[in-house]
Write a protein that binds this ligand. Structure first.
Ligand code: NAD
Length: 279
C-alpha cells in the first residue's frame, strides 16, 4: 500500500506507547484514524494530544479481548469514516513469571488480549476490508519475544509466537489480493508496557515474586522501558513496512544474532534426525 492520504486506519491499544505513535504517524501521513483503547482516561489524554488533527481523529473505547466490543468499535469506525484501509492489531499486555507459577487468570488475560485480540480484529475487520476492494494493510504487533522463547516470559512468548504464525498464514491467504499483512516484532521500546497490569481484571493476582515485575513491585519501584527505542521510531518502521509490503517489520537489527542462533539450533535438530536415518 503506497498512498495513505484520505484513507482510514484503525489502531488498537492506540492510547499509549507504540499504538499512540502509530496513530500520530498515520495522521501525519494524511489518514483518518480511529484510535481504540480499553483505558478511558488514556483515551481522553490521547484525544487531547492529537486534537490538532481535528475531525480526522476519532477515539473509541474498546476491549479487544471481547469480540462484541471489537465489532461495536468496527461499526462505529465504518459508520463515521466509511471504509477501513489499515488495521493495526496492536493492543498487548505482559505478565512474567515461570510457567508453573502463572495463574490461570493471568494466562487467560494475556492470551485474551494478545492472541484473541488479534483474532477478534481479523475476524471483524477482514471481511469488510476484502469486500470494499481498495488497497489496504494489516499490521499485527508481535515481538522479538515471539521469535524465541525466553525463560521467565513463557506466556508472553507463547502469545507473540502465535501472532507471528497467524500473520504468516494471513499473508499467504492475502497473496494476490489488494491487502497485505505484516507482523511488527520490536525489541525494547520505551512505553508504559511494564505497567500493563493497570488494565488487568481484578481476578488476575499480583505478579509472581520471581518475575521482573514481582521484584519491582516488592521493591516499590516502577518498571520502565527507558533503554528502549522511542515509539515514534517503531511507528516510522511500520509505515515503511506497509509501503514495502514487508511481512516482518523489525526494529532492532542488533537482535539478528538471536535469530541466527535459533536457526542453528533448529538446523542441528534436523542434522540429528538425518543421522538417525529418519525421513
Ligand atoms: N514496549 C516494548 O518494548 C514492546 C516490545 C515488543 C512488543 N511490544 C508490543 O507492543 C504493543 C504495544 O505495547 P506498548 O509497548 O506500546 O505498551 P503500552 O502499555 O504503552 O500500550 C499498550 C496499550 O494497549 C492498551 N490495552 C491493554 N489492554 C487492552 C485491551 N484489552 N483492549 C484494548 N486496549 C488494551 C493499553 O491501555 C495501552 O494503551 C503490545 O502488543 C506489546 O506486546 C512492546
Amino acid at each position: 500500500m503506497q498512498d495513505f492520504a484520505g484513507k482510514t486506519g484503525f489502531v488498537t491499544g492506540g492510547a499509549s506507547g507504540i499504538g499512540f505513535a502509530l496513530c500520530r504517524a498515520l495522521l501525519e501521513a494524511g489518514m483518518n484514524v480511529v484510535l481504540a483503547d480499553i483505558e478511558a482516561a488514556a483515551l481522553d489524554r490521547a484525544a487531547a494530544d492529537l486534537a490538532v488533527h481535528g475531525e480526522r481523529l476519532r477515539v473509541v473505547q474498546c476491549d479487544v479481548a471481547r469480540r462484541e466490543s471489537v465489532a461495536a468499535a468496527r461499526d462505529a469506525a465504518i459508520g463515521h469514516f466509511g471504509s477501513i484501509h489499515v488495521l493495526c492489531n496492536n493492543a498487548g499486555v505482559g505478565t512474567g513469571g515461570r510457567i508453573d507459577t502463572v495463574s490461570p487468570a493471568a494466562w487467560s488475560w494475556l492470551m485474551g488480549v494478545n492472541l484473541m485480540g488479534v483474532i477478534h480484529g481479523l475476524g471483524e475487520f477482514l471481511p469488510h476490508m476484502k469486500a470494499h476492494g481498495e488497497t489496504g494493510h494489516i499490521v499485527n504487533t508481535g515481538s522479538m519475544a515471539g521469535m524465541n522463547g525466553f525463560r521467565g516470559m513463557g506466556p508472553y512468548c507463547a502469545s507473540k509466537a502465535a501472532v507471528v504464525s497467524l500473520t504468516e498464514a494471513l499473508a499467504g491467504e492475502l497473496a494476490g489480493t489488494a491487502l497485505g499483512a505484516s507482523v511488527l516484532c520490536p525489541g525494547a521500546v520505551n512505553t508504559e508496557f511494564y505497567e500493563s497490569r493497570r488494565n488487568a481484571p481484578a481476578s488476575v493476582p499480583p505478579p509472581p515474586p520471581n518475575s521482573r515485575e514481582g521484584r519491582a513491585a516488592a521493591a516499590g519501584t516502577k518498571l520502565t522501558m527507558d533503554h528502549g527505542i522511542p515509539p515514534a521510531e517503531a511507528a516510522a518502521r511500520v509505515l515503511a513496512g506497509i509501503r514495502d509490503d514487508d511481512l516482518y517489520i523489525f526494529t532492532h537489527p542488533q537482535m539478528r544474532g538471536m535469530i541466527d542462533d535459533r536457526y542453528a539450533r533448529l538446523s542441528a535438530g534436523f542434522d540429528k534426525a538425518a543421522a538417525f536415518g529418519s525421513g
